[in-house]
Design a protein around this ligand. Structure first.
Ligand code: HEC
Ligand code: HEC
Length: 469
């Protein structure tokens, strides 16, 4: 205890000195590159990472779902237990958690790992965005089957039906509204907006008939890696997530919570999940690395890329820039959605309701453009750009080479160690939902041409360096 106290004192002192240093530097104020602006930081609540991990993987932030026995008989037991969970959860797939509903019935509910965990080369990694999710069909089409199973096993009315009902209602409300045209892209932005439409902004109580109108279009996104968050001053690809991060994390609970009394409870616990997320490190590149090439690549990176993406290794810096659309040139749809009729009513619902309330309120602030993300562990997070439209780093760094239609196997070791990213074929048209089609609205692969001026050799060296981040 004493030693710990001393440590805190010393750290405090070191921090104090380094702060002083910063202040003396302030006269040559940092000027961000043209076409970019610095994202300001927001204060965050602190929490306990170990408690956060337990809550993330076993907690009841969602507390309605399919009754446990119905789930097991429909999906079977998953004996891999990649999360090393105990009890009922030991045989539940990692994207689900067995929890008690408010009336004590054991149910199985989806959790954050649905979208925020994934396998690469056989390793299951919590925090690696799931770029293999399939949202191309209406999830609510399963509801009649579950209804039948619950009714025939337990009857209706029954405690089990009551425990299942909020989940059922939400699934019916969102199912047809969160459909993508391609497998692998995510719907979280639309999901949040549709759930908000069914909730009172202040009490968060469920409203059967949507109170606000959200247009049908679904804007596809990739899922950012969790280990990047600790370096960022705002959440989300367009940097709109300002204020208290824990508030955003708990937005998932909107799926099934009864009202804000549950939100207030969950709100106390999410700083622990944030603390856990902030401990995550990127996975190391598993292939071979040519160290002589890395040195060349590092120089190219520092000359061409670091002004936006920062520097890496000890003493690394990260400028936290929002890069204007006219500078980055990538698909504009997501960046502008919150200021146009697509999600703007959601923004008002959020900022003026329970989520925006102080203390520790959150606020969606929209700009024009996208975050130049930190590139830690970039080898593992293909496909690239905010909409996952580019399958490999080599293609990203040479825009004329990017495929208009590309199809991958979604097998987690079908990885290309030369191009860094997923192996793919180019079918020439959208032959199925496994085929990414960049001509679809919001799915464009244009822009970010910053690698185009490099020679093939320079690009190879740069890719070698990117393996080490
Ligand atoms: C349906 C899929 C889905 C679920 C479930 C989900 N997320 Fe997300 N999450 C996303 C997507 C997609 C984004 C990026 C959205 C964007 O930037 O437009 C995101 C963004 C985030 C970010 C911001 C990362 C960054 O660097 O900007 C954090 C942190 C996060 N989610 C945490 C959580 C937690 C904690 C849970 C569970 C309580 C959760 N998410 C549940 C899909 C999901
Ligand atoms: C002017 C600022 C700027 C410069 C210079 C720049 N980038 Fe980017 N980069 C961005 C922005 C902004 C994004 C996000 C664009 C989006 O998702 O639509 C991005 C995205 C990326 C991504 C995809 C990240 C992901 O997770 O999908 C990679 C990889 C990347 N940049 C690498 C590089 C490399 C390598 C260079 C140097 C050749 C470079 N960038 C130069 C601004 C920049």
């Amino acid at each position: 205890m004493r030693k710990f106290f001393l440590f805190v004192l010393i750290c405090g002192f070191v921090l104090f000195i380094s702060n002083c240093k910063k202040e003396t530097k302030d006269d040559n104020t940092y000027i961000p590159p043209a076409g970019t602006s610095v994202i300001p930081s927001s204060a965050q609540r602190t929490g306990n990472a170990a408690t956060g991990y337990t809550y993330l993987t076993q907690g009841n932030y969602l507390n309605s779902g399919v009754p446990y026995n119905v789930y097991i008989s429909a999906y079977g037991a998953d004996n891999a237990n990649v999360l090393n969970r105990a009890g009922d959860n030991a045989v539940v797939a990692p994207g689900f958690t067995a929890v008690d509903a408010p009336n004590g019935v054991r149910v199985v509910a989806p959790n954050c790992m649905q979208c925020h965990a994934s396998s690469i080369n056989g390793n299951y990694i919590v925090g690696l965005g799931n770029a293999g999710g399939n949202f191309t069909s209406d999830q609510s089409s399963l509801v009649p089957l579950i209804d039948f199973a619950v009714t025939s096993t337990y009857g209706n009315p029954s405690n089990e039906w009551t425990a299942y009902e909020p989940f059922r209602k939400a699934t019916l409300a969102i199912g047809s509204k969160v459909i993508t045209k391609v497998i692998g892209v995510n719907v979280a932005d639309k999901l949040a907006a549709v759930l908000a439409a069914h909730r009172d902004p202040q009490t968060l109580a469920w409203i059967d008939n949507a109170a606000i109108t959200i247009p049908d279009e679904v804007i596809p996104t990739d899922v950012p890696a969790w280990w990047l968050l600790k370096r960022k001053n705002a959440m989300f690809f367009n940097a709109m997530g300002r204020g208290d991060y824990s508030r955003y994390l708990m937005a998932s609970s909107l799926l099934t919570m009864v009202d804000s009394s549950k939100a207030n409870e969950v709100n106390q616990k999410f700083p622990d999940i944030l603390a856990y997320i902030n401990t995550l490190q990127p996975p190391a590149y598993p292939g071979t690395i040519n160290t002589a090439l890395v040195e060349q690549g590092k120089t190219i990176f520092n000359n061409t890329c670091s002004k936006c993406h920062g520097t890496y290794g000890s003493g690394g810096t990260y400028p936290n820039l929002l890069v204007e659309l006219s500078t980055v040139g990538t698909d504009p749809k997501l960046s502008s959605a919150y200021d146009q009729s697509i999600y703007n009513v959601f923004k008002d619902w959020f900022n003026n309701g329970w989520f925006g309330k102080n203390p520790n309120g959150a606020k969606l602030v929209t700009g024009n453009g996208y975050v130049a993300q930190p590139l830690d562990g970039i080898w593992a997070t293909a496909p690239y750009l905010h909409n996952g439209s580019v399958p490999t780093l080599e293609d990203l760094l040479n825009s004329s080479q990017r495929p208009a239609y590309w199809k991958r196997t979604f097998v987690d070791n079908d990885y290309n160690y030369t191009k860094l990213g997923w192996n793919y074929t180019s079918p020439g048209s959208k032959i199925d939902n496994f085929t990414y089609d960049v001509s679809l609205s919001g799915y464009g692969n244009q822009g970010h041409t910053f690698g185009d001026g490099l020679t093939a050799d320079q690009r190879t060296a740069l890719i070698e360096y990117l393996k080490t981040l």
